[in-house]
Ligand binder design. Structure first.
Ligand SMILES: Cc1cc2nc3c(=O)[nH]c(=O)nc-3n(C[C@H](O)[C@H](O)[C@H](O)COP(=O)(O)OP(=O)(O)OC[C@H]3O[C@@H](n4cnc5c(N)ncnc54)[C@H](O)[C@@H]3O)c2cc1C
Length: 386
């Protein structure tokens, strides 16, 4: 009988892991099932492009039923509960049993009523708000840590800068960022923080860094109160909302400190702290690794997870790829792009205080790099060109 590998979530983790598993396990060895409440997998980095009008939603998502092409079953259902003690997942399509479970449910955003490009529907509201904006102060706030893609608020502020420049109204728009980190990019080390501080200043973007996990006390009636008590007036507010683990994880015994708990990420062990047959990967586990929520980080350690699952199924290890935790963030800063690539491996192993980072300085080609990755993503994972 083939083993049943149940993968919860058809986002980056669900796609990368299911595809790599199928490369190594035949249908006789494993039935692979991906469960997602959405019919489409979304390329989240391009929400920023939707927000500034560069993309339409259909251009940044791919249909999950394409997985059938590789004999991977996709079930469109919402996961309601995970009962790992009984190897059962409760979903709106009924109870599902498994031999190996991969939890890749990501992080979810908590609605605040303020537009933001951290979900697709909300990104479209940003586009609408921008098209009605005639001038004034635009505040780009980040409510609190952690949130998907730590550098993205800077990218968003820079895209806004360029958006207003391109419409000949930059002098009518003041852009202010309010953020938990004292300095932008400080999680990438002091050199990155210095470079980003300088870039924002050169482009006339004010940065108010709080130096604590929560940056916003309150907002409404055109005034945002930052965590340090400072009141910032705004004509247009965008705010990265608080993030949380999805309820089925929060309400299960897979969670610790509000997020899924991997056993020992410092040694590459992403089995759940409690269950040998459950793996917790991606954003849903990132705060407990600890790394930022980034799809590229997941890409980098997925082959390692896959080799462990293949060994579980075959009962023998075929050898392991190196365990690497690497994140790449390509920022489209408007007229040009830049990229940061960070190797977190030694940081996760607690051998270094910061990741080792490299930067591609602002240039046109770096912007093309971002667009190429976007175009390649669904082509590679779903053989689909939006
Ligand atoms: C604006 C923005 C910019 C970004 N830029 C970058 C970047 O430059 N580089 C980078 O590396 N990363 C970037 N990211 C982060 C990246 O998108 C995420 O880290 C990555 O998608 C995480 O993958 P995941 O599989 O853990 O979760 P996700 O890709 O979020 O997938 C989770 C899936 O689970 C499904 N799901 C959730 N709950 C349930 C449920 N109860 N039942 C059924 N299905 C459910 C969801 O529908 C979703 O499809 C960015 C993110 C944003 C928002």
């Amino acid at each position: 009988m083939p083993k049943r590998i149940l993968i919860l979530g058809g986002g980056t983790g669900g796609l990368v892991i299911s595809r790599e598993l199928r490369e190594q396990l035949s249908a006789d060895e494993a039935e692979i099932v991906v469960v997602d409440k959405k019919r489409f997998s979304e390329f989240r980095p391009s929400y920023l492009y939707v927000a500034v009008g560069y993309r339409k939603p259909d251009e940044i998502r791919g249909p999950l039923d394409r997985l059938a092409k590789w004999n991977i079953k996709y079930v469109n259902a919402e996961v309601k509960a995970i009962d790992a003690a009984n190897r059962t997942v409760k979903t709106t399509a009924g109870d599902m049993k498994y031999d190996v479970l991969v939890v890749a449910l990501g992080a979810e955003t908590v609605p605040t009523g303020v537009p933001h490009p951290w979900e697709l529907d909300d990104a479209m509201k940003v586009a609408e708000a921008l098209s009605n904006f005639k001038g004034g102060t635009v505040v780009v706030a980040t409510h609190s840590l952690p949130y998907r893609c730590p550098p993205a608020p800077v990218e968003f502020a820079m895209l806004l800068h360029y958006y207003f420049l391109a419409r000949n109204m930059r002098d009518k728009a003041k852009i202010v960022m309010v953020h938990p980190m004292k300095r932008p990019f400080e999680n990438f080390g002091p050199v990155a923080a210095k470079a980003m501080t300088q870039m924002l200043a050169e482009n006339g973007i004010e940065y108010l860094g709080m130096g604590q996990a929560k940056a916003v006390n309150s907002f409404g009636n055109g005034v945002l109160e930052a965590a340090n008590g400072e009141k910032v007036k705004y004509d247009l507010l965008f705010m990265v909302p608080p993030h949380k683990a999805p309820d089925p994880v929060l309400n299960s015994d897979l969670a610790k400190n509000g997020w899924a708990a991997p056993r020992n990420p410092a040694t590459g062990d992403f089995r759940s702290a409690k269950y040998d047959d459950v793996y917790v990967v991606g954003d849903v586990a990132a705060p407990n690794v600890p790394v930022g929520m980034a799809g590229t980080i997941l890409h980098s350690y997925a082959p390692w997870i896959v080799s462990n699952i293949v060994a579980d199924v075959k009962g023998v290890s075929l050898g392991k790829p190196p365990f690497r935790v690497v994140g790449v963030c390509a920022l489209d800063t408007g007229a040009f792009g830049m990229a940061a690539a960070c190797d977190f491996t030694k940081f996760v192993k607690k051998e270094k205080p910061y990741p080792d980072c490299w930067f591609l300085p602002p240039s046109g080609p770096s912007r093309i790099f971002k667009e190429l990755f976007e175009k390649m993503y669904f082509n590679w994972l779903l053989r689909w060109t939006p």
